[in-house]
Design a protein around this ligand. Sequence first.
Ligand code: PRF
Ligand code: ZN
Length: 370
Amino acid sequence: MALRFEVLARFNRARAARMTLPHFLCETPLFMPVGTQGTIKGLTTSQLEEIGCQIILGNTYHLALRPTSELIDELGGLHKFMNWSRALLTDSGGFQMVSLLHLADITENGVTFQSPVDGNPMLLTPEESIQIQNRIGADIIMALDDVVKTTTTGPRIEEAMYRTIRWIDRCIAAHQRPGEQNLFAIVQGGLDPVLRDICVKALTERNLPGYAIGGLAGGEDKDSFWRVVAQCTAALPEDKPRYVMGVGYPLDIVVCSALGADMYDCVYPTRTARFGTALVPEGVLKLKHKAMAEDIRPIDPTCACMVCRTYSRAYIHALVTKDAMGSQLLSYHNLYYMLQLSRDLHNSIIQGRFPEYVLVYSFLQFPKGD
Ligand code: PRF
Ligand code: ZN
């Protein structure tokens, strides 16, 4: 195993841990910015270090198409290629195909899809996904899973869950670098507690270095979402990291951490930045709004990031639809916000004041108690 996970402190189910990966010593709870083509849109790797990013997420699907995993391997791996010395995680590719290309088709052998490069049919098997991820060289690699939308009902949910279990054994058998890269399994099973339970048990038996909770954040209601997270975190091993995939909004991260989850990733902070929205303790601030045109305050007066120390709302308002710098500055602030939220969660658990932190956090977001 190329991972050490030490829980430093708990508050009920919430935990603060130290996770040692080959390229970085991480502190959890942690948020991973999503970089698709080997970059976080609009930020340099030195800026990502400056804001305290610990792990960047890369997508196997995008990297395999361009620049290709063979080239990345030849050039010495993704760390070297993108000049990032801290940790990396790659997602297996199946979810991206299914969510991006509606043409993807899942069979027992793997995910078939039409190449967006030349339109030719392509097949991603569990073995190939692992081989590609072994070439890319991330600290954490994800198993190929069969993902269905949580809003799907009927036998397809059960089929996907059992297929995910069959595929984990093919992923484990294909993994060539277990001493340097950590393979995480992904719990599926939709919103059905019986299926989730079967899946958690089967995957836990494989004794992997970490576990993810998949298939969520796909349009289900919050209540169902929290129920599944609570059930899975309660059943997963105490001494292994738990990663809720594709989550989420700042409040989701606070709630999932209270439920015992440790890792998160989401495109939301950078995507919403490109639409002119900043994350602030009170919720969101729309920089395109005309009320910003003459507002000389920083985005968030309580934020210590470079953007808030340097620029006014009025300046960013003027840039936001006119120049790429507008969304770059907003992405910087939004990622800083998410990383600071992770640090605040970690520190409040360590210092035994997690409930107070959550209370203040939710009061700022819901001042009227709604
Ligand atoms: N599986 C994989 N990647 C993911 C998810 C999943 O279930 C989600 C949750 N919908 C986000 N990213 N492999
Ligand atoms: Zn800021």
